[in-house]
Design a protein around this ligand. Structure first.
Ligand code: HGY
Ligand code: MN
Ligand code: MN
Length: 400
């Protein structure tokens, strides 16, 4: 399964993945998911928001146990973030069938669309729509860098954007959602465990900073006569690092767009996207407020106009304790050592869905902790340990 998926959407030059929502690579990933479902005799369906489901048992029976993740990537992302969870879910089902277990609850494997938000700028679109955390109207207004709207992209991919919206009936049929994911940090490498259980997801969000100055000639405009938004942007990026360090948080300006983006033209507009996250809401508020204050002070001094727009936000997620502890009980039995329970700064569909259904996450060790990069890696042994742990969890939840 892994080898089949590996080449899909991989960029030959960077070695990274470019599996963006509703593109050809996304279609290939979706085709792969459907083939895996049908090869196992599972009931395949796509929901009103384009999320994919593979069912064993009656989808309408309720109290289903669902395992899954996402298949899309950030620009030049790694092979594991998302796909490891989906491949491991199919492999865990294969393992359970090999064990000959009897399922007493429906089981499903899911692929949630557009988790990374790489194309339209909003993370977890598929799960947010299903959970009613993103309205159809707001989703219809999403545009990619070429001005293509989400509805246009869905239609071009053969999906009807007219159906998107909250899906409470579907979520009401889920008794537990378990997402296995490669760890995006080194906690398990430090504890020496192949698998961990998630405790919480940090609150995090995305803010767009628009710095407007005055386009002019790079060669003939005196420095004193310039209103160059690039300088204010640069000062804001440095302020972001200072504010994050002070608050023990993280802040990243990883994406920028410049107009007119000419080597010999002073920009008229510099757009910078801030991604900031902190262990608690108060710290996050402090960081973002501090960054915005610094940006406005610099803009004021430089005669630059500044607009700041919050484009996406996810409050802190505390995974349901009962399910988290159930996973701990199920997995503890292996070599007697309790499985580590760890927090993360990375967002996930499980985080979004936790407002609607009991959710839990399993992490698989990432020796370097590197993620959102072609260098992202997990060893085959640890991936197999993840499959076995997921199979144990699914057996404990759906077969007893
Ligand atoms: O940004 C995140 O934390 C996730 O990878 N979407
Ligand atoms: Mn990711
Ligand atoms: Mn992910």
């Amino acid at each position: 399964m892994w080898r089949e998926l590996l080449p899909v959407g991989r960029n030959r030059d960077s070695g990274g993945y470019r599996r963006y929502a509703w593109t050809g690579a996304d279609a290939d990933c979706r085709a792969w998911f459907r083939a895996q479902a049908e090869a196992r005799g599972l009931t395949y369906e796509v929901d009103r928001n384009g999320n994919q489901w593979a069912w064993l048992g009656d989808p309408l029976a309720g109290d289903a146990v669902v395992a899954g993740s996402h298949l899309d990537s950030v620009p030049d992302g790694g092979a594991f973030d998302g796909p490891l969870g989906v491949v491991s879910s199919f492999a865990a089902l294969d393992e359970l069938r090999h064990r000959g277990v009897e399922f007493v609850r429906p089981l499903a494997i899911s692929n949630f669309g557009d988790e990374e938000g790489a194309r339209f700028g909003l993370a977890c679109v598929g799960s947010r729509l299903a959970a009613g955390q993103l309205t159809a109207e707001a989703a219809h207004r999403l545009r990619d860098g070429d001005g293509i709207t989400l509805p246009q992209a869905m239609e071009a991919a053969g999906y009807d954007p007219g159906t998107i919206g909250p899906d409470p009936e579907r979520l009401a049929r889920i008794g537990a959602f378990v997402e296995l994911h490669v760890e995006q940090g080194r906690a398990l490498d430090l504890t020496g465990d192949p698998v961990g259980i998630a405790s919480a997801i940090w609150p995090h969000g995305r803010w767009r900073f628009d710095f407007r100055g005055e386009a002019n000639h790079a060669g003939t405009t005196r420095l004193a006569d310039r209103r160059d938004p690039m300088l204010t942007y640069a000062e804001t990026v440095l302020a972001a690092r200072r504010e994050a360090e002070l608050a023990g948080a993280v802040a990243t300006f990883g994406k920028i767009s410049v107009e007119p983006n000419g080597v010999n033209a002073i920009p008229s507009l510099v757009r910078g996207w801030l991604d900031s996250r902190a262990a608690d809401q108060a710290a996050l508020d402090t960081v973002v407020t501090g960054i915005e204050r610094a940006a406005r002070e610099h803009a004021e001094r430089a005669g630059i106009d500044l607009d700041v727009v919050r484009e996406s936000f996810t409050p802190v997620v505390e995974f349901e304790h009962a399910l988290r502890d159930e996973l701990g009980r199920i997995l503890k039995g292996r070599d007697g050592r309790p499985v580590p329970v760890l927090g993360t700064g990375a967002g996930h569909d499980a985080g979004i869905l936790s407002a609607s259904v009991p959710t839990a996450m399993l992490f698989v060790r990432n020796p370097t902790g590197v993620s959102h990069s072609p260098a992202e890696h997990a060893t085959e042994d640890d991936c197999v340990a993840g499959v076995i742990a997921l199979a144990d969890v699914l057996e404990g939840l759906a077969c007893s």
